[in-house]
Design a protein around this ligand. Structure first.
Ligand code: FE
Ligand code: FE
Ligand code: ZN
Length: 275
């Protein structure tokens, strides 16, 4: 089963996102847990959540996204504290829709260096993760733009190594980001996935962000393209989602599209998916 979807607006609640998803033949979705620029989160409506949970048993795991403004490894302790408070609050609200994923960007170390960044990110996770939570928190693989941490599999591994509740963390692999980070999934997809397995472990791979890239491999730019309109290309992306290691993982499109565009991409990818 291919679980595929895109980002949807959370402003009208879960039942509304479910029907939007069904309209485009999606069976998972991503949403920002609060305004992407930060700010306060909308209250969860228990009856909306109940309705959604009762009708969405055919959906794959949801992949919630933390706001972009969250920077767990900022140099300014005020920004780090906001990041901890926002993530802790998001994880509390995630428990209304249990057993899903919460994805975040590890952050930018600014001028502190990757080692300090890694330490601060792990420290944040150790503050917010709880043994009783059902949500798995996913570190997103990053393109390595500026001082982003998580620019290669080794940095992600180093963060996980320092997390105490290791069964509460996983990885969301973004195809545009790893391509821009220098992992050639066009010419050497087997080698890239072997490296992922060797360094992080395939058991930690929980979700995919499926994007083409406007830039060549290793460019560290992070500009997403529609499927087939970038340097990765449709053929490589189709082969990628058909890999046996990815079976059953939620695939989220973050391509620059309107809903009709997402519907077309989902249709195209389903047509090229073999069970
Ligand atoms: Fe992201
Ligand atoms: Fe992404
Ligand atoms: Zn991106």
């Amino acid at each position: 089963m291919l679980y595929i979807g895109c980002h949807l607006s959370a402003s009208k609640g879960f039942a509304a996102m479910e029907s939007q998803a069904r309209e485009i033949n999606a069976n998972t979705f991503a949403f920002f847990t609060r305004n992407p620029r930060g700010g306060t989160a909308k209250e969860i409506n228990p009856s909306d959540v109940r309705k959604f949970l009762n009708s969405s048993s055919d959906f794959g795991k949801l992949v919630a996204h933390a706001p972009y403004t969250l920077n767990p490894c900022a140099a300014d302790p005020k920004i780090r504290n906001f990041s901890i408070a926002a993530m802790a609050d998001d994880l509390k609200r995630m428990e209304f829709t249990p057993n899903n994923y919460y994805n975040f960007h590890p952050g930018s170390h600014v001028k502190q260096g990757a080692e300090i960044g890694i330490e601060l990110i792990a420290r944040q996770l150790n503050e917010v993760l709880r043994p009783e939570q059902s949500t798995i928190v996913l570190l997103e693989t990053m393109a390595g733009k500026g001082s982003e941490v998580g620019r290669d599999f080794g940095e992600i591994r180093k963060i996980i190594d320092r997390v105490k509740l290791k069964n509460k963390v996983g990885v969301c692999l973004d195809t545009c980001h790893i391509w821009d980070g220098g992992y050639d999934i066009v010419n050497n997809p087997d080698g890239v996935m072997e490296e992922f397995d060797k360094i992080i472990g395939l058991d930690r791979l929980k979700a995919i962000h499926l994007n083409d890239s406007l830039n060549p491999c290793g460019s560290h730019k992070d500009r997403h393209a529609r499927i087939g309109e970038g340097h990765i290309g449709a053929e490589a992306l189709i082969k990628f989602i058909n890999r046996p290691e990815l079976k059953g993982l939620p695939v989220i499109l973050e391509t620059p599209n309107d809903m009709d565009g997402y519907a077309r991409e989902i249709k195209f990818l389903r047509q090229n998916y073999s069970e």
